[in-house]
Design a protein around this ligand. Structure first.
Ligand code: GDP
Length: 362
């Protein structure tokens, strides 16, 4: 699937850069153009592989919007013409879809990405998807509240919102920067493979996925989720039946970008590896298993030729919003928003100490 990528804010820019880099390193050629947009000039300087655009300079002078996502949305709306001009040539007739990439908890990406998606939908015929990153549980109330509002708006505006939970691939004892770096690498590999798997490949078998199958899976709308797992494979396809089943299970049950999301309206299973090592029967069996597990009648399957001694399973779920993890997150966001509003109601600082939601000791 040929895509144009637009990263908004710091996370959006970082992830877009990693995706563009991965696609170039692997020689896939699925990324047709990549643009990073920010209101914070310093965050754009660290990017090397994508084009950049500073917005809102007249309002915030290149210093960013902090975590004010309403200001992020205003700035995007005010400078939308500049963005559209910068996109010219990137969103050509070659792009099958546009992805707007952002961290949902901050300011520029949180507010700017829904505003941008809304505008792009008026201009382009190709689907406009969002790739949204949810803040981790310990990121603070403002981030949760921002992400809740941003996600609600994105889900309404985008053809589908592919969600990545910053907690889902977290490891113990890592610094925040190390964690972001690793998570961004995982996003680039998984999403990069998804883009590439919808590309025609010369001289290989009939089960290769094409971009319309990726788009049809996203067509379920709402929230989409991506899972991945891989294992060392044997040389012969006939010896890899169990491996295909095992990587498919892991991809769905432990490897998704939003833990616990297993029910979906549509799904796509892509088995990546050397063509001679992929057992067609195994792929079909795993596809049927996925049908039962996701409770969906629309499960597509295919393989993707990749020069590797491993077999990988990539699972895309479309219409996967019936997830307890998502419910839990939205509740956290609502609570954070309520707490913010209560805070705003207490204008007299002395009120803070008489707040009756906390009981005295005696
Ligand atoms: P913005 O620049 O105002 O849009 O805000 P940021 O992108 O800095 O932060 C928004 C959210 O993204 C927060 O929840 C951050 O924790 C998260 N975040 C920031 N940078 C990265 C990154 O490089 N990778 C990932 N996965 N998350 C990030």
């Amino acid at each position: 699937m040929k895509v144009a990528l637009i990263g908004v804010g710091q996370a959006g820019g970082n992830v877009t850069e990693r995706l563009a880099q991965f696609d170039a390193d692997m020689g896939f050629g699925a990324v047709q153009g990549a643009l990073a947009i920010n209101s914070a000039e310093a965050d754009l300087h660290s990017l090397e592989f994508v084009d950049t655009l500073l917005i809102g300079a007249d309002r915030v002078n290149g210093h960013g919007v902090g975590a004010d996502n309403e200001l992020g949305a205003e700035i995007m709306q005010a400078d939308i013409q500049q963005v559209v001009n910068a996109l010219d040539g990137r969103v050509t007739s070659r792009a099958d879809a546009i992805f707007v990439v952002a961290g949902l908890g901050g300011g520029t990406g949180s507010g700017g990405s829904p505003a941008l998606v809304h505008h792009l939908q008026q201009i382009y015929d190709v689907p406009v998807y969002a790739l949204g990153i949810l803040p981790g549980r310990n990121e603070g109330a403002l981030y949760q509240a921002n992400a809740g509002r941003s996600l609600k708006t994105l889900a309404r505006e985008a053809d589908s919102t592919l969600l990545i939970d910053n907690d889902s691939w977290h490891e113990q004892g890592e610094s925040v920067e190390d964690a972001f770096d690793r998570i961004n690498g995982k996003i680039a590999q998984r999403v990069g493979l998804l883009f590439a798997s919808g590309e025609a490949v010369d001289g290989v078998g009939e089960s290769v996925v094409d971009s319309s199958e990726v788009i049809n899976t996203f067509r379920a709308g709402g929230i989409s989720v991506l899972g991945y797992a891989s294992e060392i494979a044997a040389e012969e396809a006939s010896e890899n039946l169990r491996t295909v089943m095992s990587v498919s299970r892991q991809a769905l049950l432990t490897g998704t970008s939003l833990p616990d999301a297993t029910r979906a309206d549509a799904a796509l299973l892509v088995i990546a590896g050397k063509p001679e090592a992929v057992p067609r029967k195994g792929v079909e069996k795993a596809r049927r298993w996925l049908e039962e597990e996701t409770d969906s009648m629309q499960v597509r399957g295919g393989d993707f030729p990749l020069e590797s001694d491993r077999l990988g399973a990539l699972v895309l779920l479309g219409g996967a919003e019936r997830s307890s993890r998502l419910d839990e997150f939205m509740e956290r966001a609502r609570e954070a928003k309520r707490a913010q509003e209560d805070e705003g109601d207490r204008e007299d600082p002395a009120d803070a100490l008489t707040d009756d939601r906390l009981e005295g000791l005696f």
